[in-house]
Design a protein around this ligand. Sequence first.
Ligand code: ATP
Length: 341
Amino acid sequence: MTARIEIENAAKVFGPSLALDSVNLTVEAGEYCVLLGPSGCGKTTLLNIIGGFADPTSGAIRIGGRDMVGVPAADRPTTTVFQDYALFPHMTLRDNVGFGLRMRGQGRADRNARADEMLELVGLSGAGDRRPAQLSGGQRQRVALARALAVQPDVLLLDEPLGALDLNLRRSMQEELKAIQSKVGATFVHVTHDQEEAMAIADRIVVMNGGRIEDVGPPERVYRAPASRFAASFLGEMNFLTGEAQGGTAATALGPLPAEGQGPVTLCLRPEHLRPDAPMGVGTAQVLETVFQGGHRRVRVSLAGVTLLAHLPLTVTAEPGQSIALGIDPDHLTVLPGGTQ
Ligand code: ATP
């Protein structure tokens, strides 16, 4: 019903390009793991080597303790939901959902009962006689999910499963996916380039860049204390300040700021932590640009020759040309070694 995935030193080479570079990752049994990163960073390649659609050029992959290299997709305890759903248009929903069971030789009565149970799980009870063309995009996505879950995989792999849906539907399907995963208990590995989706759904986010893993952790930890400059900028907006650290502080354009370490450092400051009421004053900024964003104002300011981004409460007025005293919350600074831009 569920299994741990272990990937050790996996590399995947396609001609001159290195799609995966020394990837080490353990996904715990029953975990909801999201692979997040920009186009071309290797997310799908990693999913494919877990699902058996590709083998790593080198390295090991185990599912439930079993070595998977060379094992065909059909013989793995995994199923994959693709972005285009790949439903059979001429079949009823019941037959679509029961397809994998039919391939495994299960009789009609049993597979129909299982298909109806799965359609109920994804909120489509009573729809078994309909055909894919009669469904909305969100409903088709649910059928694809029901079909993948019907064979009771230990591991469910989802490649941009919500990519074709509009924003509202995507949000509600995120909640449903998470609820279904807790109910069935299988290990889910979900690929997306949408940072909000990753934060909404993941037990753990794996941030990838250029075939490598940049950071792995629960969404809140990765957001609050990213492990690399790339992870810091990919998950939400971030201000970066370079400085020279010595004796617990770093000399930066904004003056001395708290920073452990020695030598060149990069300080990461979220825009919501640059505010007029923050505990540590850093000077008076000039407002360059302001955009109303519903819950806050997104304001670009110039401070000590540096352009910074602040998310200010709506109670603060910030018009271009205005001066505004700003502070930071030192508890929310992340210090990374190295001072390059
Ligand atoms: P996207 O979000 O655009 O799907 P991704 O993060 O899933 O991107 P991959 O599809 O894993 O990225 O691709 C990683 C790298 O490997 C890319 O540079 C891609 O061009 C290359 N690549 C992937 N599959 C192949 C292939 N079959 N042949 C050659 N190169 C490939």
